[in-house]
Design a protein around this ligand. Sequence first.
Ligand code: NAP
Length: 339
Amino acid sequence: MLDEMSRPLIRGRPEGGASRRLEASMSDPGTPLVGILGTGDFSRSLARRLVASGYQVVVGSRTPKRSVALFPEEAEVTSQMEAASQADLVFVAVFPEHHSTLVELKPALAGKTLVDVSNGLRINLDGPSNAERLADLFPESFVVKGFNTISAWSLQMGPRDGSRQIYLCSDSSKAKSSVMQLCRRLGFIPVDMGLLSSSLDLENLPLYLFPSWRLPILCTLCLFIFFYLYNFLRDVLQPFVTTGKSAFYKMPIETVNVTLPSVALVMISLVYLPGLCAAFLQLRWGTKYNRFPNWLGPVAQQEEAVWAVQLPVCGSTRHLQSVPSHEEVCPLQTAQHGF
Ligand SMILES: NC(=O)c1ccc[n+]([C@@H]2O[C@H](COP(=O)([O-])OP(=O)(O)OC[C@H]3O[C@@H](n4cnc5c(N)ncnc54)[C@H](OP(=O)(O)O)[C@@H]3O)[C@@H](O)[C@H]2O)c1
């Protein structure tokens, strides 16, 4: 009991935590040792996931003493050079602008697998990709592009939510298959995307998600303005001009309330339009083996984004319908003054 009481409530790190060498790595040489360069959000989530999946982890930092408290006890936090020397497979969890600061690790990383997890800030169509630049910086290492489409959050939570696939590409099939194996052990599904030249597509992938929503959002906005103006003219301005009855109180809620369902209905009908066009064309041609016109593909591809954009519209419609109208709140005032 005395022993229990003397134990601190919060587990501290042993003395000299930063340079502490993994005891497990000594005792269990069969457990793979994975290195991570950088101690940011991504590195911390990855380290937790790797430790939870039975890997030994060595993290390389410019300031290991300051970063050690951020990592699980099972992970060793040390200098970049020591981490690069110890591990055979090293994740580069450093922003691409800072890749060049790692060049002094070149001899330590020679012949090893480097996993580039970096993303770009804007779509890069011309190349070279971050991974290709990293491969140029470290010609004696085997660069694998991957893990960039998965967030630090999903990584830490594990493959419980929808993000299970990890896209990988590399010029070295051996390096790629070792990273694929690691993905499986972490509980993710590796997807082989081929050679390192595909890394540009992988880096652009996270940036393409929302641009496909642009057109549906624009259409929704235009339709909203159109229907709102129509309802304003019909329910507010026209009664005011013809009978002098003020109905301007309807503008913030009631007019919006009748506008949103119209917008949602038109947009949802638009979702079915490409399918109807395709069915009409097939009936007209009398065959399903003709190629559809080129314009039909991009229109049909917007379907998912249209649904996604309409969800909040439909949701707010339901919410607004439950807001009591002015007549319900002030029946007497409405009866007496007509507003
Ligand atoms: N966060 C995410 O959800 C996520 C998802 C996918 C991909 N990524 C990619 O993962 C990489 C790291 O992202 P992050 O969110 O972990 O970034 P972060 O929190 O800013 O961490 C970056 C780390 O890089 C290290 N670093 C090494 N050399 C550096 C230098 N010269 N200047 C500044 N920092 C340097 C720093 O660690 P030390 O100070 O200890 O050396 C720093 O903690 C990025 O390439 C990002 O695109 C991130």
